[in-house]
Structure formats: structure tokens, C-alpha cells
Design a binder for this molecule. Structure first.
Ligand code: HAM
Length: 474
């Protein structure tokens, strides 16, 4: 039976282990390389942000904000002073009510807060809420504003990679801590060539990773105006109300909150109904229609193969015009490996200047899963050289040899305690070593080291320099 420790990774989180992490590194390295050839620079925003940032950017009514965010306890006191009509009420957190010592120290803190509040009420009025980021587009836009990036040559092209957090129901390809590799283009014009080049970069990244069976779906969801998306949404709502009784509870609720999301529904019995609903392509304003047509033309010029999907609306509120998603093979129901789109109003919504924006985020966990399913996983990484040493003098030589070989880039295992040669060779082959370097009294005295090739058992005698030359020549 496997050992069960008292502690296990929290549901929906997991350890990434070797050799799989070698594949993660390879994918990330490929992203650094490909994205930099398109002029992108890396940004590393913090993992925690003000809750308001996500509520504002992604939308209060979205699943991500309404249900899935992880709250981070800030260091604010657990005792909150509420003032109503001049009355001061003290709210003590449940967890403190049974711990008198902790409560005592909190009360001390409360007294000093009260002093502060008396002299300057505004200084303690706000209790901050921090969230673990569920995505990074909002953070990148915040950073663009905070660092006055509109003063740089436009557009600013940024990419990021790292963990994101969403309290979703875990399943294959869906985790509560997952990883994204994303890119955003901020500022400059909204030329369709920008949309197309971003997608071209994405597809060449997937291609370089060796991802199989990718399918790119695109759509345009227009912009928020009566003669465009707003008009369409009103029409859609009207039609949905007519069939309300036939829809599931989620879709019924969305008729009011966000009718577009009904188009996302995967419920079997809703599919036939959705197929009869009005389509946004027939309701785009002239500018959005022209933009969409030009994006498609630009994609064709770049040889990027796409499929149009009028139901692709995406789950975050900030999108407008171009939206896209990529699926890959071997992922089951969670087969979206990347999602993205244009979000021209977002920087302004967050308090910045009017700024165009477009970007995507790749689900790295899913990308890795798909690569593994198609046999792209690297084998466990063995050692190049295992140093089998015996005796004090040989040990000193072994340390030196290990240093020299590692400096030259070889993977070396130097056992920390002396082992009989038989045992050492056994370990060497268990670790998948290619060679064993045998160092005993004879070798140290003669300066001729023994190199054993483990695959065929052959041995040769080499000086230190000859050994290095030989290994480098392989
Ligand atoms: P998103 O569609 O919410 O978009 O997420 C992008 C990708 O992240 C998904 O296609 C999926 O591969 C992966 N993903 C999302 N949730 C999970 C999860 N719980 N477990 C594993 N993978 C997951 C965004 O996040 C936008 N910020 C993309 C964007 C950037 N739009 C413009 N710029």
C-alpha cells in the first residue's frame, strides 16, 4: 500500500514532478523564443491583486468573479469598526471568540485603531480584499496604466507565464491552480493585421511545440452599441424569453444577466433551440463587419487555417470584436487549449487612457496533457556519468572530476558515500547512466581513469583531458 502522509496537496492543486517538468520547461522555453521573435517582452505581474480589479475588468456577473475567486486574507485586523449614525459597533470574527489571548492582542490593536480613527476617520475606513489572480489580462492592463506605458512606442507587446487560480470543480484538464502562458498587445491601432499576426504567432508556437490536431475557431462579437452587439443582445433576449421554459436553470438565469453566454451552453437538450437563435454576424455594425472580414483575409494571407463559430462568445465581459479559441486532441471535454480576443475598452475601464487591446492565454496544463497523449513526453533524464570511487584519495579526485565534467555541461552523479564497485555500478545503471567513471587507487596513481560504457560493458583507460575530449566528441 502506498504511504499516506497526513498532508496532501489541496484538491485541484498538484505537484509537477520530473521528468514531466522537463516538458514544461521545454514548452516555456519555446514560448520565450517564439514570442521574442514577434517583438514581445516578458512581464511578471504579482499573483495577488485588489479584488476590485478583477470585478471591474472581468465582470461581476461572470462565473470567474462571482463564484471562482480565492480570497487572500489581508493583514487587516479581524475586528472591524462599523460606524452607523455615530455608533461604533465592533465585530469580532467567529474564530477569535474562543481564543482569549489572541482576542486580547487584537483588542490592543483595536484600541490603537480607535485612536487613529478619532484623528483621521478616512485612514481606516477601507478594508482591502486581495484575490489570487484568476487570469492575468486585468493585471497586465493595470500595469500598463501604472507604469505609463502609453508613453512607450505603441503598441506595447507583453507576454507572461505562471499560475492562475479558480475555484472550479476539478476534473481532467481543469484544476484550481493551473498555469497560463499568455500575451497581450496594448496601444496602437486596432488594425486587423494585429489580430491576425497575434493568432499567427500562437499557431506557430503550437506548431513548434509539436501540438497535434489543433483547431482554431474565430468569431466577432462586435462592439457595445445599439446598432451592433447591444442591439443583437436585445434581440437574442427577446427570442430566448419565448423559449425560456425549454431551457435549463443556468440559461434561464442568463437571459437576464448575460444572454450571450447561453450560446456557450453544452446542455444536450438546448442545442436544437440554440441553433435557431439569431446570429451575431447578421447584426454587426458596418465597421465591425469590415474589421471581421479583414481579420479573416489577413489570416488567409498568413496561411492560418480557421473555422468560424458564431457561438464563440467567451466567458469574460471585456471582449469585443475578434474572439478566438483553439482546441487540441486528447483532452476530453476540457479541450480548449487557448482562448483570447480583442478588448479595446478595458484599459479605459480601469482608469487609463483610451487604448486598444488584444491577447490570448494558453492553458499550459492542457497543452502539456495533449503533448503527453500524443507521445511527446520526454523520457526520465538519466546521468551521463556516474563516478564510482573507492578510497580517500580517489574521493578527492572524484570531486575534482565531477566539477570539471559538470562545468563542461555533463550530468554527473557523485555518490556521497563510498560504495563497493559492484553496488556502485548497479546504482549507475538504475539511474540510467551512460558511463561509469571508475576511480580507485590504481587510477589515481597512474593518472589513467577507467571509463566503462554501461550499455556494452566495454572499458577504456583515459587521462582526465582525454576523457573530456572523448565525452565532448560523442
Ligand atoms: P480563459 O478562456 O478564461 O481566458 O482561459 C484561457 C485558457 O486557460 C483556457 O482556454 C484553458 O486552456 C485554460 N484554463 C482556464 N481555466 C482553467 C482551469 N481551471 N484549469 C486548467 N486550465 C484552465 C483568459 O484567461 C483570458 N485572460 C485570455 C485572454 C488574454 N484574453 C485576452 N487576453
Amino acid at each position: 500500500m502506498a504511504n499516506k502522509s497526513k498532508f496532501q496537496a489541496i484538491r485541484g492543486t498538484r505537484d509537477l514532478l520530473p521528468p514531466e517538468t522537463a516538458l514544461w520547461n521545454r514548452v516555456e522555453q519555446t514560448a520565450h523564443e517564439v514570442f521574442s521573435t514577434f517583438g514581445f517582452g516578458e512581464i511578471r505581474p504579482p499573483i495577488i491583486e485588489d479584488a476590485g480589479l478583477f470585478a471591474r475588468a472581468i465582470g461581476d456577473e461572470t462565473d470567474v468573479v462571482a463564484k471562482e475567486m480565492f480570497n487572500v486574507q489581508s493583514s487587516e485586523p479581524d475586528i472591524v469598526i462599523k460606524t452607523e449614525d455615530g455608533i461604533i459597533a465592533i465585530e469580532i470574527k467567529e474564530s477569535l471568540r474562543t481564543d482569549s489571548r489572541q482576542l486580547e492582542s487584537q483588542l490592543e490593536h483595536y484600541r490603537s485603531l480607535l485612536e487613529r480613527w478619532r484623528s483621521d476617520p478616512s485612514s481606516i475606513a477601507k478594508k482591502e480584499t486581495w484575490m489570487l489572480r484568476p487570469e492575468a489580462t486585468a493585471s497586465v492592463c493595470r500595469a500598463y496604466i501604472e507604469h505609463n506605458m502609453q508613453q512607450l512606442p505603441q503598441p506595447v507587446k507583453l507576454y507572461y507565464m505562471g499560475p492562475m487560480f479558480r475555484r472550479e470543480r476539478p476534473q481532467k484538464g481543469r484544476y484550481r491552480q493551473f498555469y497560463q502562458i499568455g500575451a497581450e498587445i496594448l496601444g496602437g491601432p486596432d488594425a486587423p493585421a494585429i489580430d491576425a499576426e497575434l493568432i499567427e504567432m500562437l499557431m506557430s508556437f503550437f506548431d513548434k511545440c509539436g501540438l497535434q490536431g489543433t483547431e482554431l475557431s474565430i468569431n466577432s462579437i462586435g462592439h457595445a452599441a445599439d446598432n451592433c452587439r447591444r442591439g443583437y443582445v436585445a434581440k437574442l433576449r427577446e427570442e430566448l424569453i419565448k423559449v425560456k421554459d425549454k431551457l435549463g436553470a443556468d440559461s434561464q438565469r442568463r437571459i437576464e444577466t448575460n444572454p450571450l453566454r447561453v450560446l456557450d451552453s453544452k446542455l444536450e437538450h438546448e442545442q436544437a433551440i440554440i441553433a435557431t437563435l439569431p446570429r451575431i454576424a447578421d447584426h454587426l455594425c458596418d465597421e465591425c463587419k469590415a474589421h471581421y472580414a479583414a481579420v479573416k483575409h489577413e489570416l488567409e494571407q498568413r496561411g492560418v487555417i480557421y473555422r468560424e463559430n458564431w457561438r464563440l462568445v467567451r466567458g469574460l465581459d471585456y471582449y469585443m470584436r475578434t474572439t478566438f479559441e483553439i482546441t487540441a486532441q486528447g483532452l476530453g471535454s476540457q479541450n480548449a487549449v487557448c482562448g483570447g480576443g480583442r478588448y479595446d475598452g478595458l484599459v479605459e475601464l480601469l482608469g487609463g487612457p483610451p487604448t486598444k487591446g488584444i491577447g490570448f492565454a494558453i492553458g499550459e496544463d492542457r497543452l502539456i496533457l495533449s503533448l503527453q497523449e500524443s507521445g511527446k513526453a520526454p523520457a526520465a533524464q538519466g546521468r551521463d556519468v556516474y563516478i564510482a570511487w573507492m578510497g580517500e584519495k580517489a574521493y578527492a579526485t572524484a570531486i575534482r572530476a565531477a566539477k570539471t565534467l559538470r562545468k563542461a555541461g555533463f550530468r554527473v552523479e557523485l555518490p556521497p558515500t563510498e560504495l563497493k564497485f559492484g553496488k556502485a555500478l548497479e546504482r549507475a545503471s538504475k539511474l540510467g547512466s551512460r558511463f561509469a567513471l571508475i576511480l580507485g587507487d590504481n587510477e589515481v596513481q597512474s593518472g589513467e581513469w577507467t571509463l566503462k560504457t554501461l550499455a556494452d560493458g566495454s572499458q577504456q583507460k583515459l587521462t582526465e583531458q582525454a576523457l573530456l575530449d572523448y565525452l565532448k566528441s560523442l
